[in-house]
Design a protein around this ligand. Structure first.
Ligand code: ASP
Length: 304
């Protein structure tokens, strides 16, 4: 039985296979429409979500399977003090696979030790979000035509933004990747993530101004300042509008830039940028569903 807790649980070859499978599903949806008949996905969301939960559910439904679950801890026995371990042992009696989001770093991993069925980490605190990364990789591959030889800018809250941490761990495995990290000093990429880049000899720079570097980027990965992870509201208010990507800034960017954002957007991308063909974030949402379909098939060892 395999879980997906960290993007590093998958080899590069497996990620490439998942992307190929997702593209085959895009091209031949009918071929896959009944393959999960009789299988059930449980979505256990102890923290809010729109895209991740609904795209998991849509993915399972499109493959002919069924879904059950909860979307906030207050409607589960977590509100009575039940442990995550006991919850997954229970859900393991009803479903075949679990997608779990939790505000505590490492909670899906702890759950995996006692779970009788595969666990997918759908976001754990400020730590990891591997299925967003699978989505991001397919988006980059489709928009840029490659995953090698790219200058990737990550901008915003690089400290608490779990999607950035997982993206770094995935993209650093491809050839000739250079990262440009754009953040206020307070929201820099954590040292434990930078250390993996240093050990692997992957090149990166850290800067504070987007204008200075936007013209050098192939991909710009914008992120929201993660209000829910701040201890201090004043600090959040001071940092929340550190970066706003607008039409003027887009004029400084390359004609073939791809702008990604895991969403939800708050203020960091002006809605006027949405009509720019370089804005990929809503296409990115669509790719997420297909990648999750491919992942569910892999972990449940289901073929079309
Ligand atoms: N939806 C992403 C996440 O769950 C990004 C965000 O919330 O800012 O991490």
């Amino acid at each position: 039985m395999r879980h997906l807790l960290d993007i590093r649980d998958l080899s590069t070859a497996e990620i490439d296979e998942l992307m190929d499978r997702a593209e085959d599903i895009i091209d031949n949806p009918k071929k896959y429409s009944e393959c999960m008949h009789g299988k059930k996905l449980a979505t256990l969301f102890f923290e809010p979500s729109t895209r991740t939960r609904l795209s998991f559910e849509a993915a399972m439904l499109e493959l002919g399977g069924s879904v059950l679950g909860f979307s906030e801890p207050n409607s589960s026995s977590a509100a009575k003090g039940e442990s995550v371990g006991d919850t997954v042992r229970t859900v393991g009696c009803y479903a075949d696979i679990i997608a779990m989001r939790h505000p505590r770093e490492g909670a899906p991993m702890a759950a995996s030790f006692v779970s009788p069925i595969p666990i997918i980490n759908a976001g754990d605190g400020g730590h990891n979000h591997p299925t967003q990364t699978l989505t991001d990789l397919l988006t980059i591959r489709r928009e840029k035509g490659r995953l090698n030889q790219l200058v990737i800018g990550c901008c915003g809250d690089l400290k608490f933004g779990r999607t950035v941490h997982s993206l770094i761990h995935a993209m650093m495995r491809y050839k000739s990747i250079r990262f440009v990290f754009i953040s206020p000093k307070e929201l820099r990429v954590p040292d434990y993530v930078l250390e993996t880049l240093q050990k692997a000899g992957v090149s990166y720079v850290e800067v504070e101004k987007l204008d200075d570097v936007i013209g050098t980027l192939d991909v710009l990965y914008m992120t929201r300042v993660q209000r829910e992870r701040f201890f201090n509201e004043e600090e959040y208010l001071r940092l929340k509008d550190s970066y706003i990507l607008d039409v003027d800034k887009m004029k400084l960017a390359r004609k073939d830039l791809a702008v990604l954002h895991p969403l939800p957007r708050v203020n960091e991308i002006s809605v006027k940028v949405d009509d720019d063909p370089r804005a990929c974030y809503f296409r990115q949402v669509a790719y997420g569903k297909y990648m999750r379909e491919a992942l569910l098939m892999k972990l449940l060892e289901v073929e079309a």
